[in-house]
Design a protein around this ligand. Structure first.
Ligand SMILES: NC(=O)c1ccc[n+]([C@@H]2O[C@H](COP(=O)([O-])OP(=O)(O)OC[C@H]3O[C@@H](n4cnc5c(N)ncnc54)[C@H](OP(=O)(O)O)[C@@H]3O)[C@@H](O)[C@H]2O)c1
Length: 331
């Protein structure tokens, strides 16, 4: 059996993303075969397309990008008891999402709340799990704390803003333009600062009565780290989850000591299957109900058909999106 998928045959610009016929994946006994309705683009896909972010493990015969999906269960492996064909599901993947079918462990599935379409659901898994993990498991965010989210208009930034607000935190964001600042505030940021225009360290300190942010989600990386420490409260935590603005940084040790601060790095994709199942299940227990009630909602900026994956990459590469760029596999 064959399916259509976007395959990276050689690394390069958006034009290398071409639809091809590839074999249908075969689910293992603890896996589920899902008919994909939509997937979404992540920053990492742009690097992978250029050959700079290989999927974990040996290179597959067909390199299909795509870190998430939403769809309908087609059939289940022999050892899967709690998932049935016909159920609407979503989840993260180590790759392979730009395709008509994916095979994935049953433990990495999340049920899609009724309130969400499958296109909206495709915008949930990667950024909400990343932001959830960073805020609550890595930074140990507590009620009433102040959070600074860099790249507040990114997929991860829009998820983190909402999750932190839902947890009772004050949220500050940095973004690239006044237009994105307005949208970030509409999403729940108390203050959205324009990166190149505003003195965001001073603004965050002032807004917190001189205390600083308890948690910083660092998606920009290198260029920011020294200023993150200046913006940080005593006992603060910086979680580094992206390096869009550079992978090298200077760390002012006296500020680190004076604030008794912690700087933590994290990635999702390289983690073991067991760790991903554990994160997925924790999110299911704690945050899924908030998606069902509309307290959290995926921000879908634009939708492209799968065959226009290259266009979708161009759009994201130009930093035009606020929130997620979705690829429709089955309209
Ligand atoms: N560690 C993990 O497990 C993990 C998981 C998922 C994502 N991530 C990382 O999280 C980040 C966001 O990913 P995403 O898919 O949510 O991104 P996205 O939706 O593509 O958004 C990225 C946004 O960041 C801003 N940006 C781009 N280049 C920048 C630069 N050089 N300096 C400052 N800002 C820049 C742009 O917004 P403005 O217009 O506002 O500048 C851009 O729209 C990436 O670094 C990604 O690798 C990490």
């Amino acid at each position: 059996m064959a399916m259509r998928a976007v395959v990276i045959e050689s690394y390069g610009g958006p034009e290398v993303l071409q639809v091809a016929e590839v074999p249908l994946p075969e689910p293992a006994p603890d896996e589920v075969l899902v008919r994909v309705h939509a997937t979404a683009v992540n920053r990492a896909d742009l690097l992978q397309r250029r050959g700079r972010y290989p999927a974990p493990g040996p290179r597959p015969a067909f390199e299909i990008p795509g870190l998430e999906f939403a769809g309908v269960v087609e059939r289940v492996g022999a050892r899967v008891a709690d998932v049935r064909p016909g159920e609407r599901v979503m989840g993260i993947l180590p790759g392979g999402g730009y395709a008509e079918y994916v095979a994935t462990p049953a433990g990495m599935l999340l049920p899609v709340p009724e309130a969400l379409s499958l296109e909206e659901a495709a915008a949930v898994p990667e950024v909400f799990l990343t932001a959830y993990d960073a805020l609550f498991r890595q930074a140990g965010l507590r009620i009433g704390e102040a959070v600074l989210v860099h790249a507040g208009g990114s997929g991860v930034g829009t998820a983190a803003t909402q999750l932190a607000r839902a947890a009772g935190a004050d949220v500050f964001t940095t973004v690239g333009s006044p237009e994105k600042a307005l949208r970030s505030q509409a999403l729940g940021a108390q203050l959205a600062l324009v990166r190149e225009r505003d003195d965001w360290v001073a603004a965050v300190r002032e807004a917190t009565g001189g205390r600083g942010a308890d948690v910083v989600l660092e998606l920009v990386g290198g260029a920011h780290l020294a200023r993150d420490l200046e913006a940080l409260a005593v006992g603060g935590r910086v979680v580094v989850i992206g390096t869009m603005g550079g992978a090298e940084a200077t760390l002012p040790l006296s500020a680190l000591m004076a604030r008794r601060a912690r700087v933590v790095g994290t990635v999702l994709r390289a983690r073991s299957r067991e760790e991903k199942v554990a994160l997925t299940q924790e999110f299911r227990r704690t945050a899924l109900a908030l998606l069902a009630r509309g307290v959290l909602r995926p921000v879908v900026d634009r939708t492209f058909p799968l065959a226009q994956a290259g266009e979708a990459h161009r759009y994201m590469e130009a930093n035009r999106n606020f929130g997620k760029v979705v690829l429709t596999v089955r309209p």
